[in-house]
Design a protein around this ligand. Structure first.
Ligand code: ADP
Ligand code: MG
Length: 388
């Protein structure tokens, strides 16, 4: 198992999550669709790809489309159709499909040349294009379709102009129509690093996605984490005594595979370049180096980009909470926000909303009436960046 710190992992580099794969795959097999909404680097893409493997092994067709590479509906259709042409059932639809592609191409190439006129042409043809595309899709063959980073495309559709909101609503209704087609053997997985629930809620279109189940990926238990560290060190030919692997797990507490990968990587570097011996002290040094680095910027960006009007208060809550290892009471947070809120009721309301969102998004957890950071690593990074 290779030490990979960033891109999705596949094959032997994918570790664990057996029960989660089995559970979700069983539910997909029984007709459910899923959304995996978690911050970046929690392991969504790797997990979804593993499910596609599982589907493939069970004779399903699979499609993987990364919507981060797509910024308009036209782009989406173009990319999607290319994926569909690779499926075995495309043969059956070949003639109809080729006609569709020709018709679509006849509007598409003009886009780069003629702004407004072409936009009008697209708008007047759009409904027809989606209807034809719907007719092309074969619901009789078991097929698992995975759209990665769905909210990225939804956000760029919303921001595309005056009709943005209507366009994104129509698009989500179109997707929903495909999902709820009677007897359909197509199942869907959507991943989103950007809060999809916040997005649909903010635009008043939660009903367009509420038929898909949400599943938030779990962190690894201590014994799993130790096993993963052992496999990583075997590949590297590094001798990590069990005292060290235990110390890593104790230090991280909340063991996302990505956190295990980056601390392992850091330990290798400290050992190879700085000649630090492999003892418990190297774990502390690696940890302290990590909280100074940029691995957690994405957690800051998520607040900046997704918390809208509550952004400042979210920072306020997190800045306050990161100073208390054992956690803070809700009442304290209300007091902290009262200074900037228009009324005590408003502060109460904002704290409720933020605690809900911050727990959903994996920042905070609650235990015995105290709220604290789920991950000490993230807490210490936060303290370093915003409080110290
Ligand atoms: N099952 C896993 N086994 C080992 N490492 C993993 C696993 N899942 C995620 N990772 C680690 O997390 C990183 C990001 O994974 P990825 O699937 O791209 O996350 P996301 O899609 O949530 O951003 C990988 O480069 C790897 O370091
Ligand atoms: Mg991903």
């Amino acid at each position: 198992m290779n030490n990979i710190t960033g891109p999705p992992v596949t094959g032997d580099d994918f570790f664990g999550r057996e029960k989660e794969i089995e559970f979700i795959w069983d539910r997909i097999n029984k007709g459910n669709n899923f959304i995996f909404p978690s911050p970046r680097r929690v392991g969504k893409t790797s997990f979804a790809l593993k499910l596609l493997d599982e589907a493939g092994n069970n004779g399903w067709q699979t499609v993987h489309l990364n919507l981060e590479e797509v910024s308009t509906e036209q782009d989406f259709i173009e990319h999607f159709i290319i994926k569909l042409t690779n499926l075995s059932w495309w043969e059956k639809r070949k003639e109809q499909g080729s006609a569709f592609i020709e018709a679509f191409k006849s509007i598409k190439p003009k886009f780069s040349v003629a702004g407004v006129k072409v936009e009008v042409e697209w708008q007047s043809n759009k409904k027809n294009i989606y209807t034809q595309l719907t007719d092309l899709i074969d619901h009789d063959e078991p097929t698992l379709i995975f759209f990665d980073e769905l909210t990225v495309l939804l956000t760029s559709i919303v921001n595309s102009g005056d009709d943005g909101k209507k366009n994104v609503t129509d698009f989500l209704h179109w997707l929903r129509g495909l999902r709820i087609t009677a007897g359909s053997k197509i199942k869907w997985i959507y991943c989103s690093s950007v809060g999809i629930e916040n997005f649909t809620h903010r635009h008043g279109i939660s009903d367009t996605l509420n038929d898909a189940h949400e599943y938030a990926l779990k962190s690894f238990k201590p014994e799993e984490s130790i096993k993963m560290l052992k496999l990583l060190s075997d590949t590297k030919g590094l001798k990590l005594e069990s005292g060290i692997t235990k110390a890593i797990v104790n230090k991280l507490e909340y063991c996302l595979p990505f956190f295990l990968q980056i601390i392992f990587d850091k330990i290798c570097l400290l050992n190879a370049i700085d000649n630090l011996p492999l003892n418990i002290e190297i774990v502390n040094i690696a940890y302290n180096d990590l909280i100074e680095e940029s691995h957690f910027n994405t957690w800051v960006e998520r607040i900046n980009e997704q918390y809208d009007d509550n952004k400042d208060q979210a920072f306020c809550v997190l800045n306050h909470t990161c100073q208390a290892k054992k956690g803070v009471k809700r009442k304290n947070l209300v007091n902290v926000l009262s200074a900037s809120a228009s009324s005590p009721e408003k502060a109460e309301e904002t704290v409720s909303l933020l605690l809900y969102m911050l727990r959903n998004d994996g920042y905070l957890m609650e235990e015995g009436g105290l709220y604290r950071f789920r991950s000490p690593l993230l807490r210490d990074f936060w303290f370093n960046r915003f409080v110290k």
